[in-house]
Design a protein around this ligand. Sequence first.
Ligand code: SF4
Length: 548
Amino acid sequence: MTHTPALPAGTLPPTPISLDFAPDAPTPLDSRFSILDRVAEGSLEPIITATAEGSTAARKYHIWTIGCQMNVADSNHVAAELEKIGYGPTNRLDDADVVVLNTCVVRQAAEEKAIGKIGSLKPWKQARPNRTIALMGCMVGVKPSPKLQAGYPYVDVFMPPSEATPLVNHLRQAEIDAEMAAIERDQLERRFRLQDDAQPAPGATWGQSIKHLALSGPAPVAAHVPIVYGCSHACTFCIIPFRRGVERSRPVAEIVGEIRGLVEQGVREVTLLGQIVDRYGYDWREGGAGLGNSATVAAHHGSADGGFDLADLLHEVHAIDGLWRIRFLTSHPNYMTRRILETVRDLPKVMPQIEVPIQAGDDVVLEQMKRGYTRGEYLALIEQIRDVLPDAAIHTDVIVGFCGENETQFEQTLQLLEQVRFDKVHLARYSPRPGTVSERRLLDDVPEAEKMRRHKLLEAQQEGISHAINLARLGETVEVLVEDEAKGKWRGRTRHNKLIHIDPPAGNPPLRGRLVEAQVTWAGPWSLQGRYIRDVSPEPMALQGAGA
Ligand code: SF4
């Protein structure tokens, strides 16, 4: 039937639209669907694409459609595409993970309904920011206008009519991002567990601290090995020196022995860990540093005393047969020396990745944090890193909304990140930890909403930078240490510590624990995809450890 609702005075009648929304009429969609929720009959009433029985899918979509038969068909097409990637329909907005609004602007009233609906979804999105809102149909047109996008910043995807691909790509990317984030979180947790639990109490013997050797099941391909426990600095926001005690470097022989044991079990890559990893060995000659802070402990900027340091330890670890890759973290800007950088450059097993936290880009904030360096000194260090290791991946940590941080100071951080163009930035919003200096003596005066705004700005900027850096690798051949298999692809890390998924080669030989070359075929901000080229493992498969 055709509906011609009354038009506002002075409005020309639009071309009549044939709308056949009879509830019992078959729809082009799969027979499990029916149009259930018609608020009232008529072309200007929205319909909800759903199923009477409900869906058992873990993730749900909800499609709200207004307008002509073409819009209904488009919605059905989107529903079918979402079904293909594992989503099920729901007619309850609260149960949905994805909402699609399919809009119509032929009549003023339809447009107003759509605008009202978009507005009503703002709190829905705020309640769970990982939900997805997609806007499609005539309101978007062939290409969304910047004005429309700016007007609804909480809408994730703007889709032209009849086009489901942008939403499907967005959801797939979100899935990859969530997976990557979970992997990173897991790694970080493992790292903290090792630092928290594996260390002996201050004063106890080192003997049985090595929990890694009690591995059960197949050994991981990559493992973390603590080399320095505790921290003797006292950045004002940090609880670590109080919880983990003063800085203690582990004996060289113990570290080397532990890594040999790991290699025998199939581990091929180790990451040497310390709160300030490049202070390895300093505590021996400083007579056991007491608690101080970075501002009062003199920066060495070079192996000033000529004692055994991280560079020497890297040489010792590098000599271990069967170990293919070495990384280390976390560095402090005051202790990352040219000697360490040159060692990274000269030892092929040491990966070109440096993790050196800046925390804030403004000198006053850095002083409040008692970090012990200025913005200028940090930038000089970055210059030195790029001078010695032009291709290194540089990672950093940033805290937003530290006590007293004003807009201008925050912009200094934003600008520094743009200037340096880090491969990865770990962002955290400041929250006072009980017992720390900042909690006791400084005012946590940046409102939570403002911290969130600054966090999002940094996050969005960094996403663009990381993406551009990764896109530059498209077509390149990269070396990958394969760690596991996920969703029919092999997954590993490049020398620059980028996660990469590789399509299985012909015959799908087992690649776990192998060093392979792959050509980068796709690059997102947080991961890469690639095509297998060849196995370049230093040892044939038969000689590898049991876990490989
Ligand atoms: S943030 Fe400062 S106090 Fe905390 S572990 Fe790092 S250097 Fe030590």
